[in-house]
Design a protein. Structure first.
Length: 226
């Protein structure tokens, strides 16, 4: 697979519980989310998109555009979503941090189809922010996907329990599970072959902010329809 670029922010010393929360992704480290997004009625963790028993869907038969153009440039995290925007959404105490050394936590809750798409990405930029010495953290990742992989993932999501919507030209898919104690929310967004995701307990940034940063870094970008 093509080597990925990861752009860490300034190193911030966080409590051990923060690192544990990031590594385990969907453990009960973070606080309950206050998002009011729509969610399915089932109370089980979402199966892998595309199959009720958690298996990835097969060939969807989706037809990819004949000329998707060159991949967009993914800017570093501090350009993608400036710290001022992060603090305006989540609180003035939030700061960038490097995150864990591996990417396993980013794929732990994606489901098989989405995790396979992540592995096929030609570039992935993960970004992390949090409150020092606390368990308040958030993460987001941006990936360039091959067109056929992106089309297959979107088709799988449309056949799953994820709820589709649209915001600022971004095709969004969400799934929330509320067990009465905490909420787990997966947010996936697509424009062209760019995939932005946020998936964990706790505070979450609107992924539309990431797409705004991508468009600013690629003013000539004309993404194909999803």
């Amino acid at each position: 697979m093509t080597e990925r670029r990861s752009t860490p922010g300034p190193k911030v010393m966080f409590a051990t519980v923060v690192a544990a929360c990031a590594v385990l992704a969907l453990t009960a480290c973070g606080p309950a989310s206050t998002n009011s997004e729509p969610r399915p009625t089932d109370s089980e963790i979402a199966p892998a998109p595309g199959d009720a028993d958690g298996e990835a869907a097969g060939d969807t038969g989706a037809v990819a555009p004949s000329d998707p153009g060159p991949p967009v440039t993914i800017p570093p995290c501090d350009t993608l979503i400036p710290l001022a925007q992060v603090q305006a959404k989540l609180g003035e105490n939030f700061e960038p941090w490097d995150g864990p050394d591996d990417e396993a936590h980013l794929t732990a809750s994606l489901g098989q189809s989405a995790a396979s798409a992540f592995e096929a990405a030609t570039e992935v930029v993960p970004c992390y922010w949090g409150v020092p010495l606390s368990d308040h953290t958030t993460n987001i990742f941006v990936a360039n996907l091959p067109t056929a992989i992106r089309a297959g993932l979107v088709e799988d999501l449309r056949r799953s329990d994820y709820v589709e919507s649209e915001s600022q030209g971004v095709v969004l898919f969400t799934h929330t599970v509320d067990d009465g104690t905490m909420k787990q929310t997966n947010w996936f967004g697509f424009q062209g072959d760019v995939w932005v995701a946020s998936t964990h307990f706790g505070e979450q940034l609107p992924i539309e902010l990431a797409f705004a940063g991508i468009r600013a870094a690629n003013p000539d970008w004309q993404p194909a329809a999803v």
